[in-house]
Write a protein that binds this ligand. Structure first.
Ligand code: C2E
Ligand code: MG
Ligand code: MG
Ligand code: MG
Length: 289
């Protein structure tokens, strides 16, 4: 029976694999074309200070509006881009475009805030290319480097920590601050973390989601905030969707938040409007001590 089944199931298996490979390939081909044809845009999500309620930063998130696939989520195409090397082009596009946009807003007289661009582990591996892309974006657009930041995920940072620390130092020398993104999902050694010359930790939204109902998540978030304070890092909570999240995080002394509760990621026009009207988060009474 096994003999009879073997070839058939193998055939099915091979068919499945090649279907998957073909799908990946077509996504790859389409993505390459998308980069060349300008189908990528940057959206921006504000980051809000939890003491005063002001917008103090923004994260740039790539968006792909494909003529034949519609809106493709970065969760679907970033992994393909990383495997194929197309991520380099995406990263360079984002660095340049966000720098250009931020400078334009400053020239229009809007309040100056930094823009944070997500960078993949691969960019840190081939750091010379990343550093020159940052340099070119800042010089071409005449933006001061204090208004550009970089986010690196905890897992990428820890994969080759010595190298990542060296790159963060080089960025810092250029005046570009780094944050560790998705914190709590990787495996940081605290002794390694303290060697990173970063300015911010971003608590992954998976912990924020149930922070008010799951005591384990609450304990993790509490511990991350306490650790960040001990290391004199700012701490940003991602994925804040409800008033209860906000109140809880403020009571723990979290510095900043980013999430749908204040604003979803917006196209450039939308973020511009928030800055122009001086939109703030209504914080209500101060947190209890
Ligand atoms: P990330 O860097 O952790 O970005 C935050 C993600 O959480 C974004 O998803 C954002 O839309 C989403 N988010 C923000 N607030 C909330 C909330 O309150 N609730 C929920 N449910 N989600 C919220 P997005 O834009 O789909 O991006 C997903 C991931 O793709 C990013 O996670 C980042 O890892 C990656 N990514 C996005 N843009 C870029 C890019 O330009 N370069 C690289 N290398 N990666 C990128
Ligand atoms: Mg990020
Ligand atoms: Mg994140
Ligand atoms: Mg994430």
């Amino acid at each position: 029976l096994a003999k009879a089944q073997g070839p058939a199931s193998l055939q099915l298996f091979t068919k499945e694999i090649s279907a998957r490979a073909a799908k990946t390939l077509s996504l790859q081909t389409r993505l390459r074309r998308a980069i060349e044809h300008g189908e990528l845009t940057a959206h921006y999500q504000p980051q809000v200070d939890l003491l005063g309620g002001d917008i103090v930063g923004m994260e740039a998130l790539v968006r792909w509006n494909s003529p034949d696939l519609g809106m493709v989520s970065p969760a679907d195409f970033i992994p393909v881009a990383e495997e194929s090397g197309l991520i380099d082009g995406i990263c360079e596009f984002m660095l340049w475009e966000c720098t250009r946009q931020n400078k334009q807003w400053q020239d229009e007289g809007l309040p100056a805030i930094p823009v944070a661009v997500n960078v993949s582990g691969r960019q840190f591996q081939y750091a010379r290319r990343l550093l020159s892309a940052c340099e070119r974006a800042l010089v071409d657009n005449r933006l001061d480097s204090r208004w550009l930041e970089v986010e690196l995920t905890e897992s990428s940072a820890m994969r080759d920590a010595d190298n990542a620390i060296a790159v963060v130092n080089q960025l810092k020398d250029m005046g570009i601050a780094c944050s560790i993104d998705d914190f709590g999902t990787g495996y940081s050694s605290l002794s390694v973390l303290k060697r990173f010359p970063i300015s911010k930790l971003k608590i992954d939204r998976s912990f924020v989601l149930d922070v008010t109902t799951d005591p384990n998540d609450a304990a993790i978030v509490d511990a991350i905030i306490a650790m960040a304070k001990a290391l004199r890092l700012k701490v940003v909570a991602e994925g804040v969707e409800h008033q209860e999240h906000l109140d809880f995080l403020r009571n723990l002394g979290c510095d900043q938040m980013q999430g749908y509760f204040f604003s979803r990621p917006l196209p450039a026009d939308g973020l511009r409007a928030l800055l122009a009207e001086g939109r703030r988060l209504n914080l209500g009474p101060p947190p209890r001590q």
